[in-house]
Each structure stands twice: as C-alpha cells, then as structure tokens.
Design a protein around this ligand. Sequence first.
Ligand code: C2E
Ligand code: CA
Ligand code: CA
Length: 542
Amino acid sequence: MLLIIKSHLLNDNVKVLKSEVSKTAYQGVSIAIAAIIIATGAISIFVTGEISLTGIVDAQKHNPGLWVLDSIPFVFGFWGQYSSSIIAYQAGAMIFDQTQELRNKTDDLEKQTNYVTTHDPVTDLPNRTLFYDRVERAIYTAINRNLLLSILLIEIENFKDVYDTLGRNSSDIILKQISTRLHGVCTERDSIAKLDGNVFAILLTALTDNDETERLAQYIQNALEQPFLVERLQISIHSNVGIVHFPEHGEDVDALVQRAGVALEIAQSSHKGYALYDSSLDKHSPKRLTLMSELRRAIERNELELFYQAKVRIDTQKLYGAEALLRWNHPKHGLISPDEFISMAERTRMISQVTPWVLKQAFHNVSAWRKQGIDLKVSVNLSAKDLHDPELPDHITGIAASTGIKPEWIMLEITEGSVMRDPEHALNIINRLHSKGYQFSIDDFGTGYSSLAYLKKMPLTELKIDKSFVFDILSSENDAVIVKATINLAHNLGLQVTAEGVETKEVMEKLSEYGCDIAQGYYLNKPLPVKDFDEWMRTSKY
Ligand code: C2E
Ligand code: CA
Ligand code: CA
C-alpha cells in the first residue's frame, strides 16, 4: 500500500516537472515568435515605409538576422522536448531506485514480522507456532517414508522461583544458557523450540530406535543439572522430561504434545526425572481425576489417618521414637498408600492442605503420649513444596503452641531432592525452624543428589539410609559397603544414623556391627494406627 502511494507521488512529481519545462519552452517559443513578428514588421516599415506583404517577404528573404531569429522557436521547442525527456528519464530512474529500496525495506519488515511471530524473543528458538508446523511436516514425511519420530517436553520446574529471586535479566541469561546446552546435546537434524515460559520441546526425526530418545533425555538432564553461573552466583535448576513417540502415542501434533505433557507430569513424581507416556498413568483417566477432587473432601470427611512405625535404638534396644506415615481410608478404594497420592497432591498444590493436617494430627498424638509419660520423638515427613512455603515456620509454631508441643520432641524429615530444587529458600526455612528448636533428618539418603556440600550446610541431626540399600546388606557386598560408608560419613559429620527397611533380625545385627544408631522396619513393626501402636508399645520388648 505504502509502495503504491509513493510511486503515484513520484509519477505526479515527474509530470509537474515535465510540464514546468514544457511551460518554459512554450514561453520561449512565444517570445521568439513575437520577436520575429515585430522584427519582420519593423524591417518592412524600414524598407518599404509600411507593413506590406512584399515588405515582409522581402525582409524574410534578404535579412540574415531574421533567419537566425526564425530558427529560435525551433531551438526552444527542441530544447523543451529534449530537457523534458532527460528529466523524465532521470525521474524514471529515480522512481525505479526508490521503488526497489522500498521493496527491500518491505521485504525486511515482512521477514522481521514473520520472525517475531515464529520465534521466542529471549532464546531465538522457534516458538509453539513454528514447532507445531515443523512437527506437522515431520509427521507427513514420517508417514510417507515409514519413519519414527519422538517429542521431548522439558520443563524447568523451579524456574518461577529463579525468576522471583533473580529477576528478569538473570532468568533470561539462564534461559539462553539452557538453549545453548540443549543444542549441545542435540544434533543439527533435531528441532529445538521454546513452547512456554519454562517449557522447551525437542522434535527428533533421525531415530533408529526409541531407546535413543531415553538416552537423550538422560543426557539432557545431566547437561541441565550442572549449575548455571549468573552474576557470579551458581544457580541450580531442576528439570523434568516427558517423552512421546510417533505413531505409537498419537497421530497428530496436538495429541502428541498433550501426551508429552502427561508424561512430564509422570516424570515430576518419578525418581528418574524423565518418563515415557503411558496411557494407564494418564491423569485424565477417570480414577486419577476423581481421586484428586476427592482428596479435597477427604480432609473434611476425616478419611486421612496417621499410622506410626517404631524407631528403636540398636545399642540399648529401647524405643527411640516413631515416624508418622499418612494413610487415606478411601470409602471405595480402601487404604490408599501415600505413594499414590502425595506426589499428585504436590503437583496440584493440595499438599498445602495435607501437610498442616498431618502436623496437627502428629502434634496432637505427641501431646497425648507425653501426657501419659511416654517420651517419644516423632518424625513427620515434609514435602518439597512445603520447603518452599515461607509461611511454614510460623504455621508450625502456631500448631505447636495450640497443642502444647516442645520443638525438641519433633524430628522433621526432608529429602535431598526437595532441598536441591531450590536450596536457598529451603535452607532459609530449615534454618528458621532449626532456630526454634526443631530437628531435621535427611530421608532416603543415597537415592538423590547426595551432595556433601549441602549436607554440611544444613543443620541436621539425623541421616536416614534408604531402605533400598538396607534390604540387601546381607547378600549384596555393594550395598553393605554403601551402608557402612554412609554410617561412617554421618558419624564424621556428627549425625545419628537411622536405617529404614529393617526386615529381619540378621539385618538388625549386621547394622549393630556397622555401628548404626537406630533401626526402623517391618522387623520391629509395620506402620500401625495409633490404637495398635499404643498396644504395640505396651507389649513389645523395646
Ligand atoms: P518414607 O518417608 O521413606 O517412609 C518409609 C516408607 O517405607 C513407608 O512407606 C514405610 O511403610 C516403608 N517401610 C518401612 N519399613 C519398611 C520395611 O521394613 N520394608 C518395606 N518394604 N517398607 C518399609 P509408606 O508409609 O507407604 O510411605 C511412603 C512414602 O510416602 C514415605 O516414604 C514418604 O515419602 C511419603 N509420606 C508418608 N507420609 C507422609 C506425610 O505425612 N507427608 C508427606 N509429605 N509424605 C509422606
Ligand atoms: Ca520418611
Ligand atoms: Ca525413607
């Protein structure tokens, strides 16, 4: 449009120029003709004494001055035509040049607009629109040539916290670094995109088998696990990867990306941090959906219950404490294990209602036991989301005050993973609670990051060796070495050690040999409802 208006304007200008030149030429011609008429008349009067035809013809025939004068109109006419042609030619060239320049500018603008609408402004990666387009094309080619495709969705789980803490500029730097690292692990044939604020996607087209995708997911996690250096700060991010295969998991881009999202949710609660789509785990399946909405009501309907499992001192064989373990008495599905709903509650933020319930109930039980003269130290599990809740310390203080609990009667169990998701905030909350007198235990030790640097920074009282190492200490040399080394390490750091998953007398004896302080497991008791646990305390030898 702009181009058309401009070229019209130029055309009009040329016309004006041309007419200006022609006007001057016409004036010149008119003046010259007038001069000829006057000069011829004057000569006629001079020679014959009057203006007569013979006088005029005579003057024109014999006077060379008049001949020169006669030629002037032709000169003017020719000059006018010549000049206007030259100007028209120059103006034409000018129009051509300017049109070309305008055309180039418009092309650039068009390209720019196209780029902006198809790319992420921070990382320069293709955005959702371009990614979907590429996946559609890839599907078309894959159908024709019988090829495999995979899509990986990568979510930076703690990105919001990073953004809130560091601000926009530093978060943008991290996003760029993530993009660079993703390029580092991918080949040129893979297509990397940024779909949303904290979600990246990769389309893999050059696959020979689906296992390659899982290997790539591991490489991606390794690459992103290394801390990012921003403004001399080391920032750790936590990523999850969801994987889908074409044509196995969907036939169009929408279905594939939606299912990669489901796989991502499965990944969030898996230890590996990546997961392949599995229709049986699809949370959009009726059971999962209803469970989540039911958990909301489970608290009001009193369907949650705390079970207790004993912790016994190995050297004195005396009861040391108990761990509170959550159960859900579902009216239809029966007793549901926390493994089935805790991670789901974390994702849907329902955990913010579950943890306060657990704390109130546990503190209430501790208070009742103390009143009976039973001095048990009760362990309560906190989840990763709890460690990001700045109101948690005040919340706990409030519940303790209303139930008459002393902080030293309580041990709070946290996992390394939940701390490492956002170490700075988690440490802040842990320190605040520790300063009030609450003790901390590091749970599932050995399954996560096992970062000594962070262990040393945390005000811990206890280290719990994960049951997966304890089960096999008698048969697996490897596990025995790990357990022995962990006990030594913990003691060197001044921590007491609890081994969970103690299922036999022999394991208990082995642990005693290794110098382990406390045992917990089915050998002593299974997690029991309060009434049964009371009964167990009365009748057991511990
Ligand atoms: P955890 O904190 O590692 O708890 C220990 C788990 O090991 C419990 O599973 C317990 O029943 C089981 N266990 C203990 N001794 C043995 C044994 O000798 N053999 C075997 N095979 N298993 C044993 P449970 O009660 O199903 O809890 C599973 C997980 O759910 C817990 O693992 C904990 O991470 C989480 N959880 C439980 N209660 C709560 C809670 O109130 N809040 C939060 N955030 N998480 C909870
Ligand atoms: Ca625990
Ligand atoms: Ca554990």
